[in-house]
Design a binder for this molecule. Sequence first.
Ligand SMILES: NC(=O)c1ccc[n+]([C@@H]2O[C@H](COP(=O)([O-])OP(=O)(O)OC[C@H]3O[C@@H](n4cnc5c(N)ncnc54)[C@H](OP(=O)(O)O)[C@@H]3O)[C@@H](O)[C@H]2O)c1
Length: 261
Amino acid sequence: MQSILIIGTGRLAFHLGHALKHNGLGLAGVAGRNAGRTAKLADKLGCGAFGLHGALPPAGMRVLAVSDDAIRAVAEALPKDGTPVIHLSGSNSLDLLQAHARRGVMWPMHSFGTGEPADFSTIPLVIDADDEATLALVRKVASTLSGHVVQLPMEQRQRLHLSAVMASNFPVFLLREASRLLTAHGIDATLLHPLWKTAAERALHDPDKAVTGPARRGDVNTMAKQLELLADEPELRRAYAALSKLILHTYHPETRGQQDL
Ligand SMILES: NC(=O)c1ccc[n+]([C@@H]2O[C@H](COP(=O)([O-])OP(=O)(O)OC[C@H]3O[C@@H](n4cnc5c(N)ncnc54)[C@H](OP(=O)(O)O)[C@@H]3O)[C@@H](O)[C@H]2O)c1
């Protein structure tokens, strides 16, 4: 297979670039709008650096590792020479790549930060393409990187993305907020960690049975006291009440229609 051009110099460009290299998939180069950042990443990956508006090297695939909002414009500015163009976004359709005859997506279902290059071998890669040849190409690249490749059409990708936000971003943000409250009151926030890890492990086994706490038990008095403790945190208080109500109504349907928390 011909080598791959990475477009973008951010987090996923960094992690994907290293994973492609690590797995022996050739890199045609890195292209970005910021010359310094582009040269730095290209140097780390041992390949050439290119601007977005100059000549690009020949490649078997161009991978758009740019912010979701920039995908369409960056794709439209690329040469329309039949080279397959793919994006990496879970929440966007292939329509953003309409300027190109061969288009696809390879969405890594993972949260990438900074630091050491991520190991892609266990990261689910959700792929799709508008034609069979491009799909085969994307599948080949994805399968070289990960043992967990699944093809899903746009509507299902959107549902999966929604579920990923609910199952990952929300609990992580709630841990952040819970830690912030403890720290503000001089209590060691790491006391939460064993509980969080055990809850996550149990939830993976059986999420329905893993739910515990006052709302699960229907313990309305405890919830009322906890809401009082959040008097100075109106937005968090509303979030606590909304989530508690959802849990209460799920496990105690007879409480539906009763007075709000
Ligand atoms: N990070 C994750 O956890 C994750 C997970 C799955 C999928 N993804 C997908 O991966 C893609 C890249 O995300 P990321 O996390 O790597 O983002 P990021 O770290 O914020 O990097 C975004 C990159 O896009 C470039 N960019 C933004 N606007 C541009 C424009 N108008 N023209 C040219 N370049 C532009 C930025 O260039 P500058 O450096 O010059 O600003 C930067 O190189 C997105 O589609 C995202 O949905 C990310």
